[in-house]
Design a protein around this ligand. Structure first.
Ligand SMILES: Cc1cc2nc3c(=O)[nH]c(=O)nc-3n(C[C@H](O)[C@H](O)[C@H](O)COP(=O)(O)OP(=O)(O)OC[C@H]3O[C@@H](n4cnc5c(N)ncnc54)[C@H](O)[C@@H]3O)c2cc1C
Length: 388
């Protein structure tokens, strides 16, 4: 395992940072106009093609593509939630890739799919899904309310978790693909939030919403016996998305760190690593601790991704990465505000915004507490029934 950046990757990082700085000019507008939806492509995007294309040519083969994907996520979220050009996929596409049949991947692979699990009474405990799907002839009929659906406004469709048999508990939960425009599928509202206000988060309703039978993701209509691992299989989608959410949190914390480093340099202050602990100022100590936390969190993300790329189990590592990324997203900007002082919470700097934007990294895709539960189960060999 070697996560040293190649020259091509370093060039790409610089390009993402350069583009990130352009996007910062739009950041305040879109957070202050939360009811609007930002453009899918910013005017500058034509002059700033996605750096990924460049890297594909420069790549020297010293890290797997999946680790590189995490690096892209860190630097693509280097501060703001806006991207120069919105990507083609969303979270539901990861579920389609993980669980869809070849026909389903072919049919919906080029659409943007959100992922909808959470309900008013179902969050961390994802097996508590109340939305139902009942087979009626050759159609599924969906009923239920969903909340906090990332990209729910802009997506073409959504992967919805619903139960086909409540008495079967988690074994009865299946995923369904429902496209926008299907009668009975309503976009209820766009949520208002503390941070990531430019990112759309929707509430959805399914009211006798009929979809064809073959919209069941993976096509398996059977309810597996309890303990057969069917639900665990569904949860595996998270083993790739959790490190990515950690990476997004790291990006915001890193942006705060880098911004404050620049601010300090402008005042002629540079952190000296060589001074020794007892001779450092509080500012130096704070900067060094933040840098160390960022490095540690980044390595956990790369390790989880690397394992996935090697087709090795990464349940534990994915949760460590999510937990560390979520933590540094909270503590990093917080510490940088302390270094800036009072001005840190004004609109003169974006650090206060990145603090608010980063808070979600420790909530969605499973809160920090839930990640630590998973880590404990993995280390001590407990089932979810034994440690809940
Ligand atoms: C901006 C945003 C975007 C989102 N995007 C999506 C999305 O695209 N799709 C989707 O399906 N969901 C999405 N969510 C929902 C998100 O995944 C949930 O909010 C999250 O899983 C937590 O669920 P909850 O809010 O119901 O909290 P709860 O489960 O009610 O938890 C409340 C608190 O209790 C703690 N807690 C709960 N159980 C335990 C336990 N056993 N041990 C210790 N502590 C515990 C939690 O950590 C948390 O601090 C999004 C949420 C937000 C805010």
């Amino acid at each position: 395992m070697d996560f040293t950046y190649s020259p091509g990757e370093q060039a790409m990082i610089e390009e993402y940072k350069r583009q990130g700085k352009i996007l910062r000019q739009h950041a305040r507008y879109w957070e202050e106009h939360e009811s609007e939806v930002p453009p899918e492509e910013f005017p500058e995007s034509a002059d700033n093609p996605t750096p990924l294309l460049k890297l594909a040519i420069d790549k020297e083969g010293d890290s797997s593509g999946i680790v590189m994907g995490m690096m892209v996520t860190i630097y693509n979220s280097w501060g703001d939630t806006l991207s120069m050009k919105m990507g083609p996929g969303a979270l539901g596409n990861a579920a389609l890739a993980a669980a869809g049949t070849p026909e389903q991947k072919e049919r919906w692979g080029n659409t943007r799919l959100a992922m909808s699990i959470t309900e008013p009474g179902c969050g961390s405990d994802s097996k508590a899904v109340q939305t139902t799907a009942v087979l009626d002839g050759d159609e599924w009929v969906l009923n239920g309310d969903k909340i906090f659906v990332t990209t729910g406004v802009r997506a073409d469709g959504v992967v919805v978790w619903a139960t086909i048999d409540k008495s079967a508990g988690r074994a009865g939960i299946k995923s369904f693909i429902v496209m926008k425009g299907t009668p009975g599928f309503e976009l209820v509202r766009k949520e208002k939030k503390l941070g990531i206000r430019a990112d759309d988060t929707a509430a959805l309703r399914f009211d006798d919403c009929r979809i064809p039978r073959d919209h069941l993701l993976g096509g398996d209509e059977t309810v597996p016996k309890a303990g057969s691992g069917g639900f665990k299989g569904v949860m595996k989608t998270f083993n790739m998305t959790r490190p990515a959410v950690g990476a997004g949190g790291i990006g915001k914390a890193l942006a705060s760190h880098d911004h404050v480093t620049e601010q300090l340099a402008e005042q002629g202050f540079e952190v000296d690593w060589e001074k020794g602990r007892q001779n450092r100022s509080t500012i130096e100590q704070t900067m060094l601790e933040t840098e160390a936390d960022l490095e540690a969190a980044t390595l956990t993300v790369y390790r989880a991704a690397w394992l996935s790329g090697q087709k090795k189990p990464n349940n534990l590592e994915a949760s460590v990465a999510k937990s560390k990324g979520g933590e540094v997203a909270r503590t990093g900007p917080q510490r940088m505000i302390e270094v800036l002082g009072a001005v840190g919470i004004t609109h003169d700097h974006l650090v206060e915004k990145w603090l608010r934007d980063g808070r979600i990294s420790d909530i969605y895709e499973g809160t920090g507490q839930i990640q630590r539960l998973i880590i404990a189960r993995e280390i001590f060999g407990y089932t979810s029934a034994e440690l809940d």
